[in-house]
Design a protein around this ligand. Structure first.
Ligand code: C5P
Length: 413
């Protein structure tokens, strides 16, 4: 089957200037630079303030970025002596991480006090800052005024986060973790295919209680559903994720509603409608025990194993698709492979087409269950009225981005 090309990571091929200012969080920016290369950024040009070099050596950034590091406006390595112009001209964006309170003040006032502030003033590319400071410094009216001014000037502000600070205090002002900054950067660069659209996603397994300590569940890590929620958020949608029990953190910018059973999932879904899009990725238990014992069923109190009787769970996707003002609905199907290799994909497409019609949805995404459970990779087949397309074996994030682009295209016609 011909394979459809995948949508690239929004960071792939990007040329970034990473500005580091004076703060203990500077050590996390080393990891950020490493992750940027892992995401296939084309280049990371580190520029440090004098104060930053008191926290971490320029040699560390040089080794990790494989580029000379600039710290001085009078650096003679740039032939025309205009480091403040040349360093940002080729860049797709500048990120200042960590951005100290002092540096935010410099930016808000449009000052050109050193190389980094001068190149920010002289830039012709977008600028983002990741503030990092003591909670009192962050809460200070002057810093908040600077933050508002920077936002009004079109600067993106990532974070800060909340938690323990190097000074021992607890509150707002921590620089976001490198992985969080990477997510925010992706959202910053990604095309906004679904700007202003509301999307509802179900993910993970459901858990159907038998008694207070036992239950039945499905094999689902939630990784595919969380990747879909993340990709929708990157594309500018306002995302609510209704999730069964998983070990995953909610993607940044996504509102997660935790549930256990299919009935709870159905209720949470209906409570968050209407939306323009509904993507049902969850592995919902088809049945639940007809009766839930209020106390633990004790082995010692019965001579034989208990007999379980089941009742049907609601089909959440089919119900939503049948609503009078139904959102654009996308279903998933995890099937097992019970044919030989030649007919494997065709058998999956046949099952998925029948399921798409049965559920009354325009798009159904099929995969082989045992190939995907718990894995970071997958391969998908998208089935709609016009036929099917296969997305190659890739990370769930790459597949989710491609799926979101396909959904956006279908929603726009
Ligand atoms: O029928 P099957 O469980 O294979 O259908 C899978 C699709 O339907 C998935 O999108 C799943 O999230 C959704 N589903 C649902 N409610 C159910 C069963 C499945 O929303 N009770």
């Amino acid at each position: 089957m011909p394979q459809h090309p995948l949508v690239a990571d929004p960071l792939a091929g990007k040329r970034l200037v990473l500005g580091i200012t004076g703060g203990i969080a500077a050590y996390k920016s080393v990891e950020l630079a490493r992750l940027l290369f892992k995401a296939q950024a084309a280049s990371v040009q580190a520029v440090m303030t004098d104060a930053a070099t008191r926290f971490i050596g320029a040699a560390t950034f040089q080794a990790i970025t494989n580029q000379p590091v600039f710290t001085d406006a009078w650096d003679t390595r740039i032939a025309n002596g205009m480091a403040h112009i040349d360093l940002s001209r080729e860049a797709d964006g500048i990120l200042i991480a960590p951005a100290s309170a002092d540096f935010l003040a410099l930016l808000a006032q449009g000052r050109a006090s050193d190389l980094l502030s001068t190149l920010c003033l002289a830039r012709d590319c977008p600028l983002a800052v990741a503030p990092a400071m003591n909670r009192q410094m962050w809460a200070h009216p002057a810093t908040q005024r600077n933050r508002s001014q920077l936002i009004a000037d079109g600067v993106a502000v990532f974070g800060p986060g909340t938690g323990e600070q190097a000074c021992g205090e607890v509150g707002d002002g921590r620089m976001l973790e490198p992985e969080e900054l990477l997510d925010d950067l992706r959202g910053w660069f990604a095309p906004k295919l679904l700007a202003g659209k509301r999307a509802l996603v179900t993910a993970g397994p459901t858990f159907e209680a038998i008694d207070p300590v036992r239950g039945l569940t499905n094999r689902s890590s939630g990784k595919m559903g969380y990747a879909v929620a993340r990709a929708l958020s990157e594309a500018g949608a306002e995302v609510t994720l209704v999730s069964g029990p998983t070990a995953l953190a909610a993607p940044r910018g996504v509102r997660r509603i935790g549930i256990e059973s299919a009935v709870q999932m159905r209720d949470a879904v209906h409570a968050h409608l209407p939306t323009e899009l509904f993507v049902a990725v969850a592995a919902v238990a088809d049945w639940r025990p007809a009766q839930v014992s209020v106390k633990k069923i004790r082995k010692i109190e019965s001579n034989s194993p208990p007999e379980l009787r089941f009742v049907d769970n609601p089909d959440i996707l089919a119900e939503v698709a049948a609503l009078p003002n139904a959102p654009y609905c996308v279903g998933f199907a995890a099937e097992t492979d019970d044919t030989n290799n030649d007919q494997r994909d065709q058998a999956l497409i046949n099952l998925a087409s029948a399921k798409r019609i049965r559920k009354g949805v325009p798009l159904l995404v099929a995969n082989f269950g045992p190939d995907t459970f718990g894995s970071d990779d997958n391969a998908l087949i998208l089935v709609d009225r016009a036929g099917s397309i296969a997305l190659p074996h890739a990370s769930k994030d790459a597949l989710a981005r491609t799926l979101v682009a396909e959904i956006a295209q279908r929603m726009s016609v």
